[in-house]
Design a protein around this ligand. Structure first.
Ligand code: ZN
Length: 414
């Protein structure tokens, strides 16, 4: 045990002693847990076996998966207490990057056009908390801790942090003064529930909002760390680098590379005999500047979907993004309502059994809970609503009367 502890002690100063910005310590955190928790290696091996088998067998139907997110802001100063808008900007980045609607996807070198992928994963700020009550999906905790130094204590209320919401039903993200120039870290599937989720420095969370680091102001730290959360590794493998070119990220369409790429490399950057195209340094799982990271690959998507059909499958049945309707009769109205087509393009048709001569209010909310459409006093004997002004994505359509409400998830895809 002494040797284990001394290796951990050896590891941590090398991680936290740096003054410069450091992109990610997920690999170090996973190694630390493997040393502390001998059963983790077995769980990781079982997950890897499942992943490889799922990748081979996969021919299953595809669906867009929506991940309920809770953001825990743990702050000591007002600067660290980032605004709701700041958080919305980060959710917007995640939904663009994971659906490949980010504008800079056009900058992916053309040699990788064939492998860049829409992961069909989306993110919503939770609207229902673990107890079934309405929520903004944001918690705020005042702390006396000045610098978390990369510690998991930010996940513990009794240590000045904030306890997680159920990690089987929510992606927990703690935003705090993470310390020592560190941008963020996550854990891959298999770790203890008390550790699961992301920790991101407040200067690296959100896009183009005041107070962000100049190099890392596009929200790509969270995009990268959620890749780890869905079981991705860095392109050079699970260590700090890959000088012998014999380590893998277990993904077939990402080239082997020898070490992290920083800044903005010029294409091609050949290492490990990976020419002519070289390192895939624009991949979200590399270490470049935020405005040089543009895409995931199909192989990475497969691996993430394996996680969502294996160790993280409980997220798919979470009610975290289904609005609550305390005291309102939701069930009977939903049963009588049909909403189609879904996915929809330019029009949504809504029809209701026994609508009679009543009218209904219909509204649509985006994943941040903002109202994007409201139609009052609609006749639901046979109604159509134009949605051609709304961007592609997942929405919640609500039909309301003073005493009833029905909610449907609607995908707009065009
Ligand atoms: Zn990383």
């Amino acid at each position: 045990m002494r040797s284990l502890i001394s290796s951990i002690l050896f590891l941590l100063p090398s991680v936290f002693g740096l003054a410069q910005e450091q992109r990610c310590i997920t690999s170090e955190k996973m190694h630390e847990q493997l040393l502390l928790d001998p059963s983790l290696a077995e769980r990781r091996a079982a997950i890897e076996e499942f992943t490889q088998r799922w990748n081979t067998d996969n021919g299953a139907e595809r669906e867009v998966i929506s991940i309920p997110v809770v953001v825990h802001v743990v702050y000591r100063t007002e600067t660290e207490n980032i605004s709701d808008e700041h958080i919305y900007s980060q959710l917007q980045v995640l939904n663009e990057d994971y659906r490949m609607t980010n504008a800079d996807a056009a900058n992916v070198p053309s040699v990788w056009d064939g492998v860049k992928a829409d992961t069909e994963i989306e993110f919503c700020l939770a609207v229902r908390d673990p107890n079934g009550f309405p929520t903004t999906g944001i918690t705020r905790t005042l702390t006396t801790v000045t610098n978390w130094n990369g510690s998991d204590n930010v996940k513990r209320s009794n240590q000045g942090g904030k306890d997680p919401w159920s990690v089987t039903k929510y992606l927990n993200i703690w935003v705090c003064n993470i310390g020592s120039g560190l941008l963020g870290f996550a854990y891959q599937p298999g770790v203890a529930a008390s550790l699961d989720g992301l920790v991101i420095g407040y200067r690296y969370f959100g896009r183009d909002v005041p107070g962000l680091s100049s190099t890392y102001s596009k929200g790509r730290t969270s995009t990268h760390e959620i890749g780890h959360y869905f079981n991705l590794d860095h392109p050079w493998g699970t260590g700090a680098s890959n000088p012998n070119c014999n380590q893998s990220d277990f993904v077939n369409d990402t080239p082997v590379q020898d070490e992290p790429n920083y800044g903005c490399q010029t294409f091609p950057h050949v290492t490990c005999d990976n020419g002519p195209n070289g390192d895939m340094f624009n991949n979200y799982m590399d270490y470049g500047d935020d405005d040089c990271l543009f895409f995931f690959t199909s192989g990475q998507k497969q691996r993430m979907l394996a996680a969502l059909n294996g160790p993280r499958s409980s997220l798919k049945t979470s009610l975290g993004c289904v609005p609550t309707n305390v005291g309102i009769d939701e069930v009977s109205l939903s049963k009588r309502l049909s909403v189609y087509p879904n996915p929809a393009d330019n029009l949504i048709h809504i029809a209701m059994e026994n609508a009679m001569d009543r009218t209904f209010d219909v509204r649509m909310l985006n994943l941040m809970g903002a109202e994007v459409l409201l139609v009052r006093a609609l006749d639901l004997n046979n109604a159509s609503i134009a949605i051609d002004h709304l961007p592609s994505g997942l929405y919640i359509l609500e039909v309301n009367t003073p005493t009833e409400r029905a909610s449907h998830r609607i995908h707009i895809i065009r």
